[in-house]
Write a protein that binds this ligand. Structure first.
Ligand code: 6PG
Length: 242
């Protein structure tokens, strides 16, 4: 099931996303022993994390959340580029999540070795189904080129790989990345895309309308078989819907 929801501003989007994610996690963390959540980097999640920390910190039983990363830039955790660092500043430093529940991708490590290590960490700590981990909730963004996670256009290997984690390279900055693969993301129970800005509306519209050739955008290929996908857009990214 794929849903598209549009909100007036990025702030409204972050508030709505926090409400949806908090209520989903509130239910899961009461019912289940542990929820496996994987988060992305970028500016949009940063806004969401601040809202989650400020308004929803007590609604989620963080002791029952195992937190993973969808992808990481190959930099140290204190580097301004670090997805972990961004999550730490905006969320982890503000909520009572046990350190043992935080499974950081080590951006400072050798990329290939870390991709292999992280694949084992996820394999040990996330429930498996048909050979792939089942994340309860995955938070994604989408780049202006239609990439998601660190799966960039033309890198189809990352959509077909049977590994949990692989390395990749940003096509413009040549920055090395570590990323969950497409099959892992598509094995999730619930995927949220948070997308803002006019520059992304064209690709979002192509995905929304399922135009011919849309598969060239990695984000278009995220359609969990057993789960639901919710696209949360601000009015600029979702202007085509009006
Ligand atoms: C990353 C992210 C990446 C991000 C998109 C959108 O590490 O950069 O995982 O996939 O979600 O580039 O980023 P913005 O939300 O900042 O536009």
């Amino acid at each position: 099931m794929i849903l598209f929801k549009v909100f007036p501003t990025p702030e409204d989007l972050a508030l709505a996303a926090a409400e949806e994610i908090a209520s989903e996690l509130e239910k899961r963390t009461k019912r289940k022993s542990r929820s496996a959540v994987a988060v992305s980097g970028g500016n949009t999640p940063a806004l969401l994390f601040s809202v989650l920390a400020d308004k929803y910190r007590n609604r989620i039983n963080w002791a029952n959340v195992n937190l993973f990363w969808v992808d990481e830039r190959c930099v140290a955790p204190d580097d301004p580029e670090s997805n972990f660092g961004m999550t730490e500043r905006n969320l982890l430093s503000k909520v009572e999540i046990p350190s043992g529940n935080i499974f950081r991708m080590r951006g400072e490590a050798d990329p290939q070795q870390e991709a292999e290590r992280y694949s084992e960490v996820v394999g040990r700590n996330v429930r498996m189904r048909k050979g792939f981990p089942v994340f309860d909730l995955v938070l994604l963004g989408m780049g202006e080129d239609g990439h998601t996670a660190s799966i960039f256009p033309g890198n189809d290997k990352l959509m077909t790989s049977d590994k949990i984690c692989e390395t990749s390279v940003h096509p413009v900055t040549k920055q090395r990345r570590i990323t969950l693969t497409g099959k892992v993301i598509n094995n999730a129970r619930s995927v949220y895309f948070l997308v803002t800005g006019k520059k992304k509306s064209g690709i979002v519209e192509e995905i929304y309308r399922n135009n011919a050739g849309v598969q060239k955008y990695p984000a278009a290929n995220i359609k969990p078989v057993f789960g639901k996908t919710t696209w949360l857009l601000d009015s600029e990214a979702g202007m085509f819907i009006f």
